[in-house]
Design a protein around this ligand. Structure first.
Ligand code: NAD
Length: 427
């Protein structure tokens, strides 16, 4: 049961990314030719593929992979299994990946995709066949030096392992081992990186720590709420509680739970693991009407679910000091304007949740070099890279007198512009 109308809320994600892009492009007077290139996607792959279900019937699924831009390196971005996945959602999410990888200085472009599916309706065996058949349908449109998927909403390390295995299996035996890094976010036993599981949530909290230091505030004793208690929401809660902050409300697709005394994220995770990933029914919290979630009095809000969750209809209720965007595109452009006018700060998605793709980059490098890195080393490297990007965004935002989101776009677009100017456009 979904407590929020996801169909309605996903509308406009593509409009939002274009509006954000145009605003920053105007400010820096982005070269007109480069502007035309970046507003378009390079490739849009749509595949329809049949899968035999457990009861013997055949269903045809639709999968997407949008490759927005690869000026800086191979396309990089997650695969999402959700009923809201369509070509516009994939376009928007792929564009955000191009800005994100450029902003944090990775040798990647941006891509995104997934399958329009509610995974709860299928058995594990069916999901494995759907994933393998999707990988087969994508064929050589993905590859370790071409386009490297990763986990996103409703996809995880097991699904990445199936993709890596299927992709390698359709290669000639002599090159199979060279293809492990066709996906990142794999289980550690299958070429995955120690710490990739927590990389995004860790990065969200790294950003929040940087924000607090910048603002001269102490996180100890602050209260926070989290929307989405999956990979990003759980790990962000885990790390923020370690800083002394108190988790007072959580919302997922099943319920909205509040406890002003504090919710223990580890206990909530244990509960959700035994409850098909849902927080509903957790004994140490009271259920609240889902529409009231963003109005809960707190210091920090971490949206870590879907796009367009904070809109003109609910943004006026927000009372927090800062919103740290774990999710991609959780706030629409009109709502953002109203939030900033109220003096509430926003750490933008392309910066705040970039720990995930930074972690993916280290997994990719580890596979290319046949090395294995320790968890502490990985977390240190993520903190460093994200910290550098954060400082740059703070500096550029100040220089131009713009919000952090616009500042982040300026950094990302200027790197892309420079690359195109240096290389020219073929032929
Ligand atoms: P996930 O599948 O692990 O978790 C998603 C969570 O969102 C679940 O708790 C689910 O119940 C909840 N949710 C779904 N629909 C909801 C609704 N309508 N209302 C409230 N909650 C709802 O996904 P994830 O990997 O944690 O990704 C969450 C967000 O973070 C996405 O926007 C994703 O693009 C972004 N992100 C993820 C990563 C990553 O490494 N996984 C990296 C960067 C950004």
């Amino acid at each position: 049961m979904e407590t929020i109308n996801t169909e309605m809320k996903k509308e406009g994600m593509y409009d939002n990314v274009l509006r954000q892009y145009n605003q920053a492009a105007d400010i820096i007077d982005l070269h007109s030719g480069i502007r035309k290139i970046l507003v378009n996607t390079n490739n849009e792959i749509v595949v329809h593929f049949p899968v035999k279900l457990d009861d013997g019937t055949i269903e045809v699924f639709t999968g997407y992979r949008v490759q927005h831009n690869n000026a800086l390196g191979p396309y990089k971005g997650g695969l999402r299994y959700h009923s809201t996945v369509d070509i516009d959602a994939a376009r928007a999410l792929a564009m955000w990946m191009t800005w994100k990888t450029s902003l944090v200085g990775l040798p990647y472009g941006g891509g995104k995709g997934g399958i329009q599916i509610n995974p709860n309706n299928y058995s594990i065996a069916e999901l494995e066949r759907i994933t393998r058949r999707f990988t087969y349908a994508l064929g050589d449109n993905i590859g370790p030096d071409l386009d490297i998927p990763a986990p996103d909403v409703n996809t995880n390390s097991t699904i990445m392992a199936w993709i890596a295995d299927t992709y390698s299996s359709i290669k000639s035996p002599s090159v199979r081992q060279k293809n492990l890094h066709v996906v990142t976010g794999k289980p550690v036993g299958s070429g995955g990186l120690e710490g990739r599981d927590r990389a995004t949530g860790f990065g969200v909290v790294t950003s929040i720590k940087k924000w607090a230091k910048n603002a001269g505030k102490d996180l100890n004793g602050m209260t926070f709420t989290v929307q989405g208690f999956g990979n990003v929401g759980y790990w962000a809660s885990h790390f923020l509680v370690q800083e002394g902050a108190k988790l007072i409300a959580v919302q997922d697709a099943s319920a909205t739970l509040v406890n002003t005394q504090g919710i223990n994220p580890e206990e909530l995770l244990d509960h959700s693991k035994g409850n098909s990933g849902n927080i509903q029914g957790f004994s140490d919290g009271t259920e609240l009407d889902s529409e009231l979630f963003f109005g809960i009095e707190c210091d920090i809000i971490i949206p870590a679910a879907l796009g367009n969750q904070i809109t003109s209809s609910n943004c006026h209720e927000i009372k927090a000091k800062v919103i740290a965007e774990g999710a991609n595109g959780p706030i629409n452009v009109d709502a953002e304007r109203a939030i900033l006018e109220k003096g509430i700060e926003i750490i933008p998605d392309i910066l705040c949740n970039s720990g995930g793709v930074i972690g993916s980059y280290y997994e990719w490098l580890q596979n290319k070099r046949s090395e294995n890195w320790k968890l502490e080393t990985v977390l240190d490297m993520i903190e460093d890279k994200l910290g550098i990007a954060f400082d740059k965004v703070a500096e550029v935002s100040k220089q131009y007198g713009v919000s952090w989101r616009v500042g982040a776009y300026i950094v990302a677009l200027q790197r892309l512009e420079l690359t195109y100017k240096e290389r020219g456009v073929f032929p």
